[in-house]
Each structure stands twice: as structure tokens, then as C-alpha cells.
Design a protein around this ligand. Sequence first.
Ligand code: NDP
Length: 272
Amino acid sequence: RQERISLLGLGSMGRALAGALIGAGHEVTVWNRTPGKAGELVARGAREVSSVEEAVQAGGLVVVCLLDDASVREALAPVVRGLTGRDLVNLTSGSVQQARELAGWLGGRGVRFLGGGIMAVPSTVGTEGAFILYSGARDLFDRVAPVLSPIGRPQWAGEDPGFAALYDMAALSGMYGMSAGADHAVTMLHAEGGDLETFKRAVLGPWMEQMLPIIVAGADPSATVPEEYNPGMQAVGLETILAASGEAGVPAELSGHLRASLWRMRRAVDAG
Ligand code: NDP
């Protein structure tokens, strides 16, 4: 179904979202604080406006993708009265509390609201693996999920408007944990003269592939640790990795993830 959509924000992500929505045949109006970013989108059929007010006046679903919560507040404050009775989806990353407060602020003015979490990067928007978390007004989700599906598979996260942000932040925490592990690994590898290409292709890649399902399944501090990964053994193993890291002269700032795991294993040992 074709829908009128006003998109606020044409950063890397906003442009990718606009492209996918135009590609699906929606009637897209775009606004960006700094003009000049809509050229290609306009060539593909988008209408560019020079104020948030005009974007809201276009009348359809309002989708927001700005830098952070403060920029969303700043952009919406002057037009919030005009949003009464309208539908708004915020795809800007923010904290759980910020999403709840934004929902309260807009809900108090009669705006139907969904908070979102984009589980994609600009180059994967609209591709098979991309998914978008939504939380807040369930009836609005049911209505707009098919409309917004061209940007990524819509996934319901719950009626608490902060839950899309919660699952998004928590998933990013997992991602940055892995990324911190990879940074540490590569620094240690360089320091000791290892071959990075071999390591990535023949060791880190296959190892992460093997371990990822086990890590995800085990992401529960209250779960019983199977005997084969007994925490006493893991605590000793982590102390060895930290010692190897120290020998290689890796800065302590890069090994925080190892100390976090060591702390968790020692707690498990203490708890029996
Ligand atoms: P960019 O830095 O590319 O763009 C930021 C956008 O926010 C620009 O349109 C900028 O406008 C606008 N902006 C910043 N401050 C204000 C303000 N005070 N008032 C109005 N507009 C403002 O970021 P992205 O597009 O990459 O990211 C947008 C959102 O999407 C972020 O919340 C990000 O966390 C999220 N996201 C991004 C991903 C990515 O990989 N890029 C992945 C998943 C989520 P101007 O051009 O005028 O500066």
C-alpha cells in the first residue's frame, strides 16, 4: 500500500531509509537541517522541504532519524502542537529512558508513537538480514509494519516504548563486546608478530562461527554452567590470556572484556 511519509533526517541512515521507502513506491517528503543532501532522492521522486513544519504539513506518517534524542527534541519542539492526532515513528538511537520520556511528551499531545531500533547499517537497509525493532502503540505497529517493511523486517518489541531501545542497546553491547575482543586480539597478534590475514581467515572467523550460538545461549548469568565449561577452568584460562596480553604489552584499556569475564567466572566459582 502506498503511503505518504515525511522523513526527518538525511544523514547516512536517513538517506538509506528514504531510498528504500521511495523504492517501494511510497510518497516521500524529506527534510534535513542542512540543505543539499536530498539531490539523488529528489531525482528519484522525493519532495524536499526546507522546514520541519512543512514536512509535518505533508500530512502522512512522520519518521524521524536524527543523531540523538536531543536533536529529535530540538527538531520537534516547534511543531509539536501540529502533531496532535498524528502517527510518529522515531528511529533515532537513544536510551531506554529517553524513549519512554519522548513517548510521554508526544503521547501527552495526542501523538501516536512508536520507538524504533534499526538493526542494520546504511548499506544493509532493505536487505534480507535487516530488521527493525519497534515498541509502543501496538495498533500503530500493526498499521505501519507493512508500510515500513521495505527498510527491514519489522519486529515487535513490546508496549513499553523503551523496549526497542532496550533490545537495540543490549544487542549493540554484545556487538561492541565482540568488537573489543577482536581489537584486543589483533593488537596482541601484531605485538607478537602473528600473521593477521591467516588469523582472520583460519582462526578468528571459524572460531567465532563455532562459538556464537554457544555465547548467545549462555548469555544468562543465572544459567547453570555445563561441567565442560566449568568456571574454575575458565577463570584460570582468562588469567592466562591476561598474562599473555601483559607480556605482549597490550594496553590494559583493551582488555576490559577479559576482566569482565574473569569477574563473572570468579563469581560463579564463589557461588559454587
Ligand atoms: P549521521 O551523523 O550521518 O546524520 C545525523 C543526522 O542528524 C543528520 O541529518 C544531521 O543533520 C541530523 N542532526 C544532528 N543534530 C541535529 C539537530 N540538533 N537538529 C536537527 N538535525 C540534527 O548519522 P546517521 O544517519 O548514520 O544516524 C542517524 C541515527 O541512526 C542515529 O541515531 C544512529 O545511531 C542510528 N543508526 C545508525 C546506524 C549507522 O550505521 N549509520 C546504524 C543503526 C542506527 P545535518 O546534516 O544538518 O548535520
